[in-house]
Design a protein around this ligand. Structure first.
Ligand SMILES: [Zn+2]
Length: 410
């Protein structure tokens, strides 16, 4: 008879996720902003569970929870995050943390398993105070000055005040020990519809896309909206609107199969209906995992801007304000997840890039990383109704733990 101790306990995984859902519950989801009372209670909950997996728990000076092992052999780091977006879903973050905990509970005490899984819950992945502050701190990418400058985007409270209020001020921040880990693995809900629509149980992430951002400015001539004839106007707002439509017409000829682009805030200056706008600006974003695709599209944007400027009515300028760095997932990790999915998910897996950002992209700077997705019902995320069916959650846990075993056995 097989020994059940060394297998995933699906009921335990679901119970843990539901316990975390009960902390800071909002409708069927949660409201757990970084350093809120329910967020801190969730961190404490995890810290209390980690010894069950043979791990020593610590919460560091930026709110990362880390469980470390003294078991000999290779160590694999696994985790995700426990805070949520405001009034959001119950699985975005906790799923990956509970899978990591389950892997540690099974693999670490198993005398037949090589090495150990160490668990991390990275603070503020959802960016209430910054941009991946917890995982970036761990890889050495956050200075004290960065923390001094960080503020809660909703309340304006400084990060220093928040750290003091939750009792973390003055604690050291944990940083990665060079060579300690064979890599980092993270599970997450897909937050899209690729798995669901294709009938897949498991997504094997190939890369996390980079985000490139641009400020596109239009300069025309401000004038009276009642007395300036249409044929002599130099309306920067109209030029902007036409440019937006032209992007949608022309990008498909040069983009990659999964490139996405979005216009964000648009401002018209002065923005009064009785004045023809002399200036207009749009923030524009492109995501892809292939920088060559981005450079092709950026070149197209510049040519389109030059064409409009040459027509003489408005001048268009394109300025890159953020450069993305796509993170490639390690081939061995992809293989391990695929092999595990063949055993526990009947091979119903597919390789796909992640269009959303995750802590794994930060860890990728210092170690090999891999990611596994489970299906999101209706592709919904960052909303309280976000969900994944129980059977998919359990299958995901089985595949995750097997992939961890496989990686540690190599
Ligand atoms: Zn997340």
């Amino acid at each position: 008879m097989p020994d059940d101790r060394w297998h995933v306990d699906g009921a335990r995984v679901l119970a843990d996720l539901n316990t975390l859902r009960g902390i800071g519950a909002y409708k069927t989801g949660v409201h757990k902003p970084t350093f809120s009372e329910p967020h801190m209670r969730s961190l404490e909950w995890l810290a209390q569970r980690l010894p069950e997996a043979g791990l020593t728990a610590a919460i560091d000076g930026i709110g990362n929870v880390l469980g470390t092992s003294t078991k000999s052999g290779p160590k694999l780091l696994a985790g995700s995050h426990l805070e949520s977006q405001n009034f959001a879903g119950w699985l975005d973050g906790p799923l990956g943390v509970v899978y990591a905990l389950e892997a540690a509970r099974i693999i670490n005490p198993d005398p037949g398993a090589n090495g150990a899984v160490e668990v991390a819950a990275w603070c503020d992945e959802e960016g209430h105070f910054g941009h991946f502050l917890g995982s970036r701190s761990y890889v050495g990418g956050v200075t004290d000055a960065d923390i001094d400058a960080a503020r809660d985007r909703s309340s304006g409270r400084t990060m220093r005040e928040a750290l003091r209020d939750v009792g973390l001020a003055g604690r050291p921040r944990a940083t990665a020990e060079g060579g300690r880990h064979i890599g980092y693995i993270e599970a997450h809900i897909e937050q899209g519809r690729t798995l669901e629509s294709g009938g897949h149980s498991i997504g094997i992430v190939t890369s996390i896309v980079g985000i490139w951002q641009y400020r596109i400015t239009f300069s025309g001539e401000q004038n009276h909206a009642g007395t300036t004839r249409m044929d002599i106007r130099r309306d920067a707002g109209l030029a902007l609107a036409r440019f937006c439509v032209a992007i949608d017409d022309r990008f498909p000829t040069l983009c990659g199969p999964r490139t996405v682009w979005t216009t964000g805030r648009i401002t018209l200056d002065p923005g009064a209906p009785s004045i023809i706008p002399g200036q207009a600006e749009m923030l524009f974003q492109i995501r892809d995992d292939d920088p060559d695709v981005i450079y092709r599209l950026e070149d197209l944007l510049q040519r389109m801007a030059a064409d409009v400027s040459a027509q003489g009515r408005c001048h268009v300028g394109v300025e890159r304000v953020r450069t993305g760095t796509p993170a490639m997932m390690d081939a061995r990790f992809q293989h391990a997840i695929e092999a595990a999915a063949a055993i526990f998910a009947g091979g119903r897996s597919v390789r796909l890039p992640s269009g959303a950002g995750h802590d794994a992209q930060v860890l990728a700077a210092i170690m090999p990383v891999g990611m596994l997705f489970v299906p999101s019902i209706g592709g919904v995320s960052h909303h309280w109704s976000e969900n994944t069916c129980d059977a998919d959650i359990v299958t995901g846990a089985e595949v995750f733990v097997e992939a961890c075993r496989h990686l540690l056995a190599q």
